[in-house]
Design a protein. Structure first.
Ligand code: ATP
Ligand code: MG
Length: 386
C-alpha cells in the first residue's frame, strides 16, 4: 500500500521549491517510525510513501497534522503498463457498489504512451465493458484517480484533506504568547500553517495559587505540540511583578502595563531562542485591551514585531478553527488569566503612550524581570514517532 501526498503552495516557491519539499519530506519522516514505512520519496511534485505490509499505525491522523500537505490518498500501485493498470483498477471497482464513475488521470511521467485524456477514455471504456457501471462526469458516485509517475501508476479513490500551507520550520521561528483563552492557541496554529516553528510563553501569577491555570496551559501546548517535532513552553512566574505594578499603576491602566511588561520579558526569551517575531491572539476590539489605541500602546513595548494572525477575524470563525484543531474544549475550561488580576471594572480603552510611559517611570522592576526569567519553568514536549 502507498500513500500519495500532494502539496499545493510549495509548488509556487520558485528557487526555494526544493528546500520546501525537502522540509516536508523531513517532517513526514520524523513523524513516522521506521516500522511503518519502507520508503518516502519525492516524485514529480508529489511525495510517495510506501507503507510496510504489516503497518498498524493510523497514518491518516498523523498526516492530517503535518502542515504543507494539501491532500493525501491511500493508493494501489500498478506497473507502467496499461493492462496492469486496468487490472488493478478493476479490482478496486469491483469492491465498490457504486454505479456511476469518473476517471481523472494525471501523467507526470511524459514517456508513458497514453496522455491523461487517452487514459481516461481507455480506462473508462474498460470499466463500462467489465462492470455494470456508467460514466458520469458531473455527478459520479465514485471518482477514480490514476497518477502516472516514473515509479509506477498509482490508483486511488479518496482524497483526504490536509491542513495545507507550508512545512513547519521552513520559514523561521516565532514566540507565541499563550494565555489559555480561545484565541492565542488558534493564532499559534495559524503560524504553524505558515511554516513557522513556535516557542510558547505563558505568564502566571503563582502567588494566587491557581495551579489549575498551568495545568490547562500544559494541556493546550501539548495539543499544539503535535504540529511540530519539538516544542518548548516557558512558564513564567508573574506574581511579584504584578504586585509591584499594582502598587504603582492605577487599576484603570494595569492590564495595559501587565501586557507591556510581558513583552519586555518575552523579548529576552525571543533573543535566547533566536526567534524573529512574537505572535498574540489579539483581535480588534474583542476585549478592552484590544482597542486599536491600546494595541498601539501595548505593542510599542515590544522591540521585535508582533504578529496577530487573528486581528481581523470574527469570534465565530476563531471558534470554528479551535473546534477543528481540538483546542476548544481545553480553552473553554474555567480559568483566570493573570491579565485580569485586580483591574478596574472599566479599564482604559483609549490609552496614550506618553501617559503610560510616565506612569511606568515609577516602576522598579528590572531585577524582578531578570528573576522571573531565572525562575521560569521550561517544559519540553517531543512529538513521538508513530
Ligand atoms: P485569548 O483568548 O488568547 O486569551 P483574549 O481575547 O482573552 O485572548 P486577552 O486576554 O486580553 O485577550 O489577551 C490578548 C493576548 O495577550 C492573548 O491572545 C495572548 O497572546 C496575550 N496574553 C494575555 N495573557 C497572557 C498570559 N497570561 N501569558 C501570555 N500571554 C498572554
Ligand atoms: Mg484571555
Amino acid at each position: 500500500m502507498f500513500v500519495v501526498v500532494h502539496y499545493e503552495e510549495i509548488g509556487t516557491k520558485g528557487k526555494n521549491r526544493s528546500m520546501f519539499e525537502k522540509k516536508l519530506v523531513d517532517n513526514i519522516r520524523s513523524s513516522l517510525s521506521k516500522n511503518s514505512y519502507e520508503s518516502i520519496k519525492r516524485s514529480y511534485g508529489r511525495i510517495l510513501i510506501e507503507l510496510k505490509l504489516d503497518n498498524k499505525v493510523d497514518i491518516k491522523e498523523i498526516l492530517k497534522k503535518i502542515s504543507g500537505i494539501a491532500n493525501f490518498s491511500f493508493a494501489v500501485k500498478a506497473e507502467l503498463d496499461i493492462e496492469d493498470i486496468k487490472k488493478e483498477l478493476l479490482k478496486i471497482a469491483e469492491k465498490n457498489k457504486e454505479k456511476t464513475f469518473r476517471i481523472s488521470s494525471r501523467r507526470g511521467h511524459k514517456e508513458f504512451p497514453y496522455d491523461s485524456q487517452k487514459l481516461n477514455e481507455e480506462l473508462g471504456a474498460y470499466l463500462v465493458e467489465k462492470c455494470d457501471m456508467k460514466v458520469s462526469l458531473s455527478k459520479p458516485e465514485i471518482a477514480f484517480f490514476v497518477e502516472i509517475t516514473e515509479k509506477g501508476a498509482f490508483i486511488y479513490t479518496d482524497k483526504i484533506k490536509g491542513i495545507g500551507g507550508l512545512p513547519v520550520g521552513a520559514t523561521g521561528k516565532v514566540v507565541s504568547l499563550i494565555s489559555g483563552g480561545l484565541d492565542s492557541p488558534v493564532a499559534a496554529w495559524k503560524m504553524f500553517r505558515r511554516g513557522c516553528s513556535v516557542v510558547f510563553v505563558h505568564f502566571n501569577n503563582e502567588t494566587l495559587n491557581k495551579s489549575g491555570v498551568e495545568d490547562k496551559i500544559v494541556k493546550l501546548v501539548e495539543k499544539l505540540s503535535h504540529y511540530q517535532f519539538k516544542t518548548r513552553l516557558y512558564l513564567i512566574p508573574f506574581g511579584r511583578l504584578q504586585n509591584e505594578i499594582i502598587k504603582v499603576i492605577p487599576s484603570k491602566y494595569r492590564m495595559i502595563v501587565y501586557r507591556r511588561v510581558m513583552f519586555k520579558i518575552a523579548e529576552k526569551i525571543l533573543e535566547n531562542e533566536k526567534a524573529l517575531e512574537f505572535v498574540t491572539g489579539d483581535s480588534v476590539a474583542q476585549v478592552a485591551s484590544q482597542t486599536l489605541e491600546n494595541i498601539k500602546v501595548i505593542y510599542a513595548s515590544a522591540k521585535s514585531p508582533v504578529l496577530s494572525p487573528l486581528i481581523g477575524e470574527n469570534k465565530k470563525d476563531i471558534i470554528k478553527i479551535a473546534e477543528e484543531i481540538g483546542t476548544f474544549e481545553l480553552s473553554t475550561l474555567p480559568y483566570e488569566d493573570c491579565c485580569s488580576f485586580l483591574i478596574d471594572k472599566h479599564p482604559e480603552t483609549k490609552a496614550k503612550l506618553e501617559n503610560i510611559e510616565k506612569l511606568e517611570e515609577n516602576l522598579k522592576i528590572n531585577n524582578l524581570i531578570e528573576e522571573s526569567i531565572e525562575k521560569a519553568n521550561i517544559k519540553v514536549f517531543m512529538n513521538k514517532r508513530f
